[in-house]
Design a protein around this ligand. Structure first.
Ligand SMILES: Cc1cc2nc3c(=O)[nH]c(=O)nc-3n(C[C@H](O)[C@H](O)[C@H](O)COP(=O)(O)O)c2cc1C
Ligand code: SF4
Length: 484
């Protein structure tokens, strides 16, 4: 992962630990309504992909145990990981693109209800993504993948070369020469692996995204409702299709790109169709970026515009993240695919303990506060969730007091200790395992390995817990219950 050149080390701490009485009357542990869904407290576990689904996208025993463990901490809400809305193979990522996924998802809902004694509301994040290929072996790229064109011959100054001769010439060229002869997208396909963009209007399936996505998202949301979820979070953040529509890099000229109004059009149409198809008692919100953190990308002013538009459209909650883009991802090894959390924007999404003077905690606070303020000024009371480096009660309470957000999201801190809400509420805040922000978990995510926390394995084994296939890591956090 990219790291700031300053390389200043930070250590997260438990902060000031409240007594049970103070916690009970705090903002963090006060209720809030998200449209039709009532949260018992303002704590939120954002979506985290744990790589535990089957290759076909079904819920497994490991998926059930992962969410059961979070539910035992009884947060106000859990958002189930990014779940694919299409009925296409997508590796061990959860899927919701067909009714055959319903029984597994319904079991997941029941498990969370039981483990949280009905106290945790459960949402599922709905995602669409475009194709991305692995970085090719250069020989294979020139021999098989590249379509030889007149432009290549013209750039080589040899209009009469055969295809085979063009391929042979290209294969012998240096990177600088290739950058001149290949088109930017061919050069990117060679260096990083081919990646589709929402602005590739030459492809019918990309041109038609505005026609197909509202129905795909709505059908998936309807299934989520049938499975018993309390609502859906439309994934409009990071490196995926809907975030790419919102991005300033979206140059579509068909009314779905260019101006902020054009870029927000499809996300609003998707929301409208979802809202139209699900019941009144089902919450619909989205996650979007407070800042893309890439050159030429959307900044907080764009996010303010989008946030106000989403609020006016009637979304039930808005959750912010930042960065996490392919645009500045590191070049992958040959045979591997680019990963959107390896560049500076990836750092902004999941900042690590080695940071710059601003530090890794709270980088998303001020932009989210600005978005929330604009939404309030526009007359909407839609709850706003802020996530990013939040790891203790003091920090969470401060965010709520300052009006940064209405609900506090904590991903890695909840992974490190899924009981941190419950421990804090019951007056055992001094026993919380504080996340070290080493990003060991994120490294596993990058390799598509089952995500676990480094801190879990520092504790004595119970001898019965489920472990990774190599037996080296616990698959869920150690159990905790309040002392008698
Ligand atoms: C292992 C892992 C998987 C993640 N998967 C998702 C995801 O599916 N959807 C999403 O919106 N964010 C995902 N994120 C980002 C988190 O939701 C969160 O925004 C990020 O970790 C920063 O918050 P934190 O500092 O509280 O960890 C993931 C993060 C981690 C560590
Ligand atoms: S591995 Fe654990 S301690 Fe390290 S960043 Fe992830 S959640 Fe935090």
């Amino acid at each position: 992962m990219w790291r700031p050149p300053q390389r200043i080390q930070f250590k997260a701490s438990a902060g000031r630990v409240p007594s049970a009485a103070e916690a009970r009357t705090s903002r963090l542990f006060s209720p809030i309504e998200i449209g039709p869904a009532a949260l018992a407290q303002r704590t939120w576990v954002p979506a985290m992909v744990p790589w535990r689904a089957t290759e076909e996208g079904y819920v497994t025993e490991e998926v059930i145990e992962w969410y059961e463990r979070f539910a035992r901490g009884m947060p106000g809400a859990i958002v189930v990981e990014a779940t694919g809305i299409r009925d296409v193979p997508s590796g061990p990522l959860l899927r919701i693109g067909h009714d055959r996924f319903l029984p597994g998802l319904a079991r997941l809902v029941e498990t969370v209800r039981r483990a949280s004694v009905g106290r945790t509301r459960l949402f599922i994040q709905l995602i669409d993504f475009l194709a991305i290929r692995r970085r090719p072996d250069p020989d294979k790229f020139f021999d098989r993948f590249l379509a030889v064109t007149k432009q290549h011959r013209a750039a080589l100054g040899e209009p009469r070369l055969s295809d085979a001769e063009v391929r042979a010439r290209l294969r012998a060229m240096s990177g600088d020469e290739l950058a001149r002869v290949l088109t930017p997208s061919e050069f990117e396909a060679l260096q990083f692996g081919y990646r589709e963009r929402v602005s590739d209007l030459q492809h019918a399936h990309i041109r038609n995204l505005p026609q197909v996505l509202p129905d795909l998202f709505a059908a998936a949301a309807l299934r989520a409702e049938q499975a018993g979820f309390d609502g859906v979070e439309l994934h409009y953040a990071h490196a995926y299709t809907m975030a790419s529509f919102l991005s300033r890099t979206n140059t579509r000229d068909d009314g779905y790109g260019g101006s902020a109004e054009g870029r927000v059009r499809l996300p609003l149409e998707v929301f409208a169709e979802v809202r139209r198809r699900v019941g009144k008692d089902f919450a619909v919100g989205c996650r979007f970026l407070a800042d893309e953190c890439i050159e030429g990308g959307s900044v907080v002013d764009d996010a303010i515009y989008f946030g106000v538009a989403f609020a006016r459209a009637g979304m039930d909650f808005l959750s912010t993240s930042r960065g996490g883009k392919f645009d500045d991802a590191k070049q992958p090894a040959v045979g591997a695919a680019a990963y959107p959390y390896t560049g500076r924007s990836g750092y902004e999404c999941m900042p690590q303990f080695i940071s710059d003077a601003r530090g890794p905690f709270g980088r998303n606070a001020e932009p989210t506060a600005a978005i929330r303020k604009a939404i309030r000024d526009a007359g909407s009371l839609v709850p706003v969730v802020c996530t990013g480096g939040i790891h203790n009660f003091e920090m969470a309470e401060d965010y709520l007091a300052r009006g940064v957000c209405d609900i506090v999201g904590a991903a890695r801190q909840s992974l490190a200790d899924p009981d941190w809400f419950r421990k804090t509420l019951l007056g055992f805040g001094d026993t919380v395992r504080v996340c070290e922000y080493t990003n060991y978990c994120e490294g596993l995510d990058q390799k598509h390995k089952p995500v676990t926390c480094q801190l879990w394995d520092k504790l004595a084994s119970s001898g019965v817990e489920r472990r990774t296939p190599d037996g080296k890591r616990r698959l869920t956090a150690p159990a905790w219950s309040p002392p008698d």
